[in-house]
Design a protein around this ligand. Structure first.
Ligand SMILES: Cc1ncc(COP(=O)(O)O)c(C=O)c1O
Length: 468
């Protein structure tokens, strides 16, 4: 079986040792997802026979795989393919061994990112003849992003796209361009933590538009805030909102763009979650309902946050202006990552359905575990996204989070998602981890709440680490 999957593994260059080529081919099969991690390899004698090579070649190849951490051998048992520990457990923050419910981002889909980078390396040579700086992004990626908008009902040309290093970077560029320091920004509450921190850093005056846990956006309230506060920006996550999962319907989109247009307030729509509809699809993009709309997108939730690729969609004049302003922050995004993102975006429809299925199952598991461990808690019934926004029976989010950290789970209290310190009653539970570990984490959070409710826990939100 393995011999067949290995295909044409033999080195084309006769100076390259056969064992190196064999080890490399086995590694690739696993990293591509064609052979699962945990697969037992055939004995050295069997594989040598099947490949018609000397046993020494296989023995040395296995030793090479062991050395690089891709093969684990136990006395008397077949060797098993593994991922090197240093790669699998590279810490993303200071959480160490704790379970990370502080991060709402899935790992990369099987094989896709690896394929994307392989494609990127093969497509790179023509770029090497230039200096490699593209302030608005490389054409193939801008074209791939534009195609997706056009397919969603919003005709878009590549020069309406500015490629950024993720959605967070995109927001910083837009704040720099559109909001003077001290300017008012109307932002729904709760909102993504990165939005809260970007607004703080920009010294913007954030005015919250409270989201109703069932009905979502209150347009009368938005209209009144816009009239009274004269904002320089309205910021919304209209599609499977982080952290609630709520979705703004078509009528709400029309209404919001009308309110923004009437007072000529730039409307910034963060579409990072738009492809993660679990119970329904999103209506057409908010930008298709009016003008003066700036749309932020990202490959972080659909493909992989490690790509660090996001974008802004706007009119061509604004994109040219942002590209010019961007050089004060950075000179452009890495070409290799952009090529990989272009490949992955063009293949999204092949792997997103499986990602959505996995998220649905994980969401169901988290809800079930929550109803068992914290039956008095309630959640927002958002139809997609990556998170549950959980209302605790009492305003104990911070002591619950600090206790959970002591019990081995990093979780973020609701105040990290508000611009005015509210949210003491809420915690956010992302359902991006695999089911068994997710269940374990939710059950620990339930225990943490009970301990916090028992009293004596002093909360300190500053110690709670990275929030994504
Ligand atoms: C709504 C929203 N915007 C932006 C971001 C940041 O995305 P990126 O990794 O593209 O910077 C996130 C990540 O959680 C998010 O949920």
């Amino acid at each position: 079986m393995l011999a067949r999957q290995l295909g044409a593994w033999r080195p084309a260059d006769s100076r390259r040792p056969s064992y190196v080529a064999l080890a490399e081919a086995v590694r690739l099969l696993m990293l591509d997802g064609r052979v699962p991690v945990g697969t037992s390899l055939p004995s050295e004698r069997t594989l040598a026979g099947a490949l018609d090579v000397s046993r020494t070649t296989v023995t040395t190849a296995y030793a090479d795989l062991r050395e690089s951490g891709h093969l684990q051998s136990r006395q008397g048992a077949r060797s098993v393919l593994t991922l090197p520990v240093s790669v699998a457990s590279e810490p993303t923050d200071e959480a160490g061994d704790a379970i990370g419910l502080n991060i709402a981002a899935p790992s990369s889909p099987d094989g896709v990112v690896h394929d994307a980078y392989r494609y990127a390396v093969s497509a790179l040579p023509p770029y090497l003849t230039g200096v490699g700086l593209y302030p608005s992004g490389i054409h193939p990626l801008k074209a791939a992003i534009a195609r997706r908008y056009t397919a969603r009902g919003l005709p878009t040309s590549p020069d309406q796209i500015l490629v950024t290093a993720g959605a967070q970077h995109a927001l910083r560029i837009l704040l720099d361009a559109l909001v003077p320091p001290g300017g008012v920004v109307v932002v729904e509450q709760p909102t993504h933590h990165g939005t809260v921190s970007a607004l703080q850093r920009h010294a913007a005056r954030a005015v919250p538009l409270g989201l109703h846990p069932e009905t979502g956006w209150d347009m009368d309230n938005l209209e009144s805030l816009v009239r009274r506060r004269n904002p320089r920006m309205i910021f919304t996550i209209a599609d499977f909102h982080n952290p609630t999962g709520l979705l703004l319907d078509a009528q709400g989109r029309a209404e919001m763009t009308r309110i923004a247009a009437r007072r000529q307030v730039p409307l910034v729509v963060d579409e990072t979650m738009v492809e993660l509809g679990l119970d329904t699809e999103a209506p057409p993009p908010v930008a298709s309902y009016g003008t003066n709309v700036y749309t932020i997108g990202s490959a972080s939730k659909t493909v992989w946050a490690g790509l660090r690729v996001g974008w802004i969609r706007a009119d061509t004049t604004s994109v040219a202006r942002f590209a010019l302003a961007r050089k004060d922050i950075d000179l452009g995004s890495p070409v290799l990552e952009q090529l990989a993102a272009a490949y992955a975006l063009d293949h999204l429809d092949e792997f997103l359905p499986a990602r959505r299925d996995a998220l649905r199952a994980q969401r169901a598991a988290a809800l079930e575990e929550l109803s068992r461990r914290l039956p008095e808690a309630t959640t927002v019934p958002g139809p997609g996204g990556l998170c549950l926004w959980v209302a605790l029976p009492a305003p104990l989010a911070v002591p619950t989070a600090t206790t959970a950290a002591r019990l081995g789970v990093r979780i973020t209290p609701g105040s990290a998602f508000t611009v005015d310190g509210a949210g003491q009653r809420h915690i956010r539970i992302p359902y991006t981890l695999p089911e068994p570990i997710l269940r374990q984490a939710v059950s620990i959070v339930g225990e943490a709440y009970r301990q916090a409710a028992g009293g004596g826990v002093v909360g300190d939100e500053r110690s709670l680490g990275l929030v994504v």
